[in-house]
Design a protein around this ligand. Structure first.
Ligand code: NAD
Length: 290
């Protein structure tokens, strides 16, 4: 297939490289990042999109997605598919999909889970909203970039799944970090804490796969001085999206709200910007009960 790939950052670059490695012709564009090995450089987003069967975007937020959509939708061939893999608000996902279908294009919102490791290893999970024929067209590409693609429903359903997943992730990471800090105060060895919880009912992805305590459990950003990984400000972005969605759908999400407040303080007032989201653990350590 001919693929246009726009947004070649931490996630987009390895995803595009995996498509090129699998033999697809990939034309890439980014305003700042260089194109990875195997990807042909385009001079603009519109040039990357013009001749493509599928255009994939992997961009920072909904506002940038909408502006890139304005540039590429008029340039795309009728019948091609616009597949956005960024994490954005449900409204932007639906607006861009509507704009694309009015122009005779297929449209999918297909955010991912699995982080940079998953992008590099081709083991991402895609959660996809949009119509069936567009999903079927892009499925072979999802299979190269990931290990699983779930068709969640109509436009916006992929972003809805992503926002719910990451609200759980933010809440469980905070719970895991505060439990380690409590264990410290109780004199419980961190390794013993991991050995028990990772095989007991407190287990979670945050504990078992991404343990926030350095030197404990599998390798994680905690073992690399909390360099991201998944930056705390990106977690804050996703938690804010969950709270906007809760507000607009009148859902009661008190734990999500508290997690958003804690990550906002961490990122904006406590030096957490640029650190991995698991650096909540050193934040809790040494603090007293409020
Ligand atoms: P990133 O900042 O590394 O990459 C984004 C890229 O988009 C940058 O290279 C930037 O130069 C480029 N860009 C910005 N504006 C552009 C424009 N107008 N035209 C073309 N390129 C433009 O971010 P990332 O970590 O790759 O994340 C991308 C998306 O994936 C985000 O929505 C993020 O929430 C989501 N995500 C990230 C992770 C993760 O672990 N990093 C995991 C899952 C989902």
């Amino acid at each position: 297939m001919k693929i246009g790939f726009i947004g070649l950052g931490n996630m987009g670059a390895p995803m595009a490289a995996n498509l090129a490695k699998a033999g697809h012709e990939v034309l890439g564009y980014d305003t700042a990042a260089p194109e990875p090995e195997g990807v042909i450089a385009a001079a603009s987003a519109a040039e990357a999109a013009a001749d493509a069967d599928v255009v994939i975007t992997m961009l920072p937020n909904g506002q940038i997605l909408r502006s890139v959509a304005d540039q590429i939708i008029p340039a795309m061939r009728s019948g091609a598919v616009f597949c956005d893999c960024s994490t954005v608000d449900v409204d932007s996902a639906r607006a861009v999909a509507e704009q694309a279908s009015k122009a005779g294009l297929g449209a999918l919102d297909a955010p991912v889970s699995g982080g940079i490791g998953g992008a590099q290893g081709g083991t991402l999970t895609f959660m996809v909203g949009g119509d069936e024929p567009a999903f079927d067209t892009v499925k072979p590409l999802f299979d190269i970039m990931g290990q699983k693609a779930v068709h969640c429903g109509e436009s916006g359903a992929g972003q809805a799944a992503k926002i719910c997943n990451n609200m759980i992730l933010g809440v469980t990471m905070i719970a895991t970090c505060e439990a380690f800090a409590l264990a410290d105060k109780l004199g419980l060895d961190r390794q013993k804490m991991f050995d028990v919880v990772s095989t007991s009912s407190g287990y979670s992805w945050s504990m078992n796969a991404y343990c926030p305590a350095p030197g404990v459990g599998p390798q994680s950003p905690a073992d690399n001085d909390y360099r991201p990984g998944f930056a705390a400000e990106l977690m804050l972005k996703d938690l804010r999206l969950s709270q906007e969605a809760a507000e607009s759908s009148d859902a009661d999400t008190p734990m999500g709200e508290l997690a958003t407040r804690l990550y906002r303080s961490f990122v904006e007032d406590e030096g957490g910007k640029g650190r991995d989201f698991s650096a909540m653990l050193p934040r809790f350590v040494g603090r007293s009960r409020a």
